[in-house]
Design a protein around this ligand. Structure first.
Ligand code: NAD
Length: 462
């Protein structure tokens, strides 16, 4: 056994010339070589938006892959060659039926050489990190951990999760990270439905608990992505992911605030952004909207806020951005109230049609969608609310919502029958010209009705 306990610090960047490191596990097996020769078997835990694309990439790279999930229905669907995520066409999985085995049987974990954790990291009802999925999964891995395995956490989380919490759980087995097994963190940058980038073409940041952990993790991802970006620790990798998402949350909050101010000044924020983005340097366009949605941006920044408290530090940018972004559905409701009022109507007893339940265009993901909050707020104020979403026929029961609604048809009769149509998600499938023509009143949170001038006063941007 070599001296694998070469714990890295931010100062030993030179150590990052990973090719110089000689990775040898306790059984004398070189894991990197094992990966490069495709003999290594890959285990992916959590077969969702992040896990399934990874399964496809590793299968494509001629690895044998076992996919683990706790939900039998998902595993059953995969075994039947079906996918339960709209943007993952089952045809993408079909060629790999002989290489990919989905299962709920975690006792098969010792068959794998590399284990990648892609389970959810939501917030609990007090808006604090809910680490139960990651920790339960880690405990399950610990029950089956064997020498020489590589464990990589991909779930977005606070710095310190991998080298403190996950490591301690795994080391309760008596095996040591960096000596008996390898431990790393590599954040996911999946952007469902992005036509320009996919799992394999997005560079991947990788941090290891030790240099040799990094070598193993780098070899693993080198097999499937265009470029791996090694960093000096798991904490840097964890923090890099949070920086990416905090950057978006803060900038979106800024344009949301400017939207509200410019509205009072009679200035259209969308026109301002179009003008500003002609600057060829030093400016990146962010767009206002009805509030944040999705599994990442409304949630991840608060993982850092929570961890910062341990250091007696308050993350003011994150808190302020959160406050502004969370207030946007209320702004949209107020705009609806004002527009109805102009027509001598009140929100109470008004009939509202919400367009789009998915948190962003052309996907079926409803997690944290601002549409859900909007429906709740409209209902609380006495409105009768329906929705349409071509990708969400029924609103599933979610962590914070059980709205019990089904998508209504979108045709001339329905669109014209509501007191207000509220555009929340600008799916490409929508014919906004038709909607603008037929609706009595449109509340447009996405600047979807481009020729608002043609449709006069019945289009209200919000
Ligand atoms: N969705 C994205 O675009 C995206 C992008 C970057 C990072 N992330 C992060 O990746 C992680 C996973 O997100 P996701 O969107 O893939 O979530 P998801 O809900 O789509 O998938 C998670 C999967 O894990 C399964 N699961 C839950 N508990 C489990 C357990 N104990 N053992 C095994 N499987 C379990 C669920 O059944 C589900 O299939 C999160 O930390 C998220 O923040 C997501």
């Amino acid at each position: 056994m070599e001296d694998i306990g070469d714990r890295q610090t931010g100062h030993d960047q030179a150590e990052l010339s990973v090719d110089k490191m000689n990775l040898t596990d306790s059984q004398g097996m070189n894991l990197s070589k094992h990966i490069n020769s495709r003999e290594a078997k890959i285990g992916v835990i959590g077969l969702g938006y992040v896990g399934l694309p990874l399964v496809i990439e590793f299968s494509k790279a001629v690895f044998q892959v076992i996919g683990f999930d706790v939900y039998p229905a998902k595993v059953e669907a995969l075994l039947q060659g079906k996918s339960y995520l709209r943007h993952i066409d089952p045809a993408r999985l079909a060629p790999y039926a002989t290489r990919f085995t989905p299962t709920t049987e975690f006792r098969r974990l010792p068959e794998t050489d590399c284990i990648i954790i892609c389970v959810p990291t939501p917030l609990n009802k007090n808006r604090e990190p809910d680490m139960t999925y990651v920790f339960n999964t880690t405990r399950t891995i610990a029950q089956h951990l064997r020498k020489g395995q590589l464990v990589v956490l991909e779930s977005t989380t606070y710095p310190g999760t991998t080298d403190e919490d996950v490591r301690l759980i795994l080391e309760e087995t008596g095996l040591k990270a960096g000596e008996d097994f390898f431990l790393a963190f590599s954040p996911e940058r999946e952007d469902p439905n992005n036509k320009d980038f996919s799992t394999s073409t997005i560079p991947k940041v990788v941090g290891g608990y030790t240099g040799k952990c990094l070598t193993a993790a780098k070899a693993l991802y080198d097999a499937i992505v265009v470029r791996t970006v090694p960093v000096s620790s798991t904490r840097v990798a964890e923090a890099a992911k949070l920086l990416e998402n905090i950057y978006r949350a803060v900038n979106i909050a800024m344009v949301n605030e400017l939207k509200m101010l410019f509205d009072k000044m009679g200035i259209d924020i969308w026109e301002v952004i179009e003008a500003a983005k002609t600057k060829p340097f030093g400016f990146q366009a962010f767009y206002p909207g009805p509030g944040l949605g999705g599994h990442c941006i409304p949630i991840d920044p608060f993982y850092l806020t929570w961890k910062a408290r341990e250091y007696d530090f308050s993350t003011r940018f994150i808190e302020l951005a959160g406050e502004i972004n969370a207030s946007m559905p209320y702004y949209v409701v107020q705009k609806t109230v004002d527009a109805l009022n102009e027509r001598g109507m009140s929100l109470k007893r008004a009939r509202i049609l919400v367009l789009g339940i998915a948190y962003k265009k052309n996907v079926d993901d409803t997690r944290e969608s601002p549409s859900l909050k909007l429906i709740e707020l409209y209902r609380e104020r006495g409105a009768a609310v329906d929705y349409n979403d071509p990708y969400v026929p029924e609103i599933p029961k979610l962590r914070h919502y059980d709205l019990k609604l089904k998508s209504v048809a979108l045709n001339e009769q329905t669109v014209s029958s509501y007191d207000a149509v509220v555009i929340v998600t600008d799916h490409s499938a929508y014919d906004f010209k038709f909607i603008a023509e037929k609706a009595k009143l449109v509340i447009d949170t996405r600047n979807a009705i481009v020729d608002a001038g043609i449709y006069g006063d019945k289009i209200k941007k919000a």
